[in-house]
Design a protein around this ligand. Structure first.
Ligand code: AMP
Length: 120
């Protein structure tokens, strides 16, 4: 799938849409999910144009991949949920119901998150 420069996260990166910024560095932006499903629900995204985890894992630089993983851990510690526990997930493609076609990782925590997935 080609990258769509008008997706909502691309517009956030360009400053065309506001966000509640949580963290930023050279490669990464993180902001609160607009429909938070837990006390902490942060979206961590690369600044580069990657459609999905599939695209990011194949085409991003080691520095970009490292920065994103470092940011996840940093934000979790800063939010005070590293000890209690948290979950990271990335919906990739239609079967996972990925809604926004700019790679993003959900970081959720601050409550008991239950089982990973309903059985099905
Ligand atoms: P996904 O199904 O993994 O693609 O999830 C996309 C996520 O983006 C959802 O949890 C939405 O609530 C979130 N979202 C959509 N628009 C915005 C926005 N403008 N600011 C913050 N989060 C958003």
């Amino acid at each position: 799938m080609a990258y769509d420069r008008n997706n909502v996260f691309a517009r956030i990166l360009r400053g065309e849409i506001p966000c509640k910024k949580v963290y930023e560095d050279e490669h990464v932006l993180a902001f609160d999910d607009i429909t938070a499903r837990a006390p902490t629900h942060v979206l961590v995204i690369p600044k580069g144009e990657y459609v999905s985890l599939d695209d990011f894992s194949a085409n991003a630089s080691t520095a970009e991949i490292g920065a994103l993983v470092r940011a996840l851990g940093h934000i979790a510690r800063e939010r005070g949920i590293a000890e209690s526990g948290y979950r990271v997930l990335s919906n990739t493609g239609p079967a996972a119901h990925q809604e926004v076609s700019h790679f993003h990782v959900h970081l959720v925590g601050g409550r008991d998150l239950g089982a990973m997935l309903p059985r099905g």
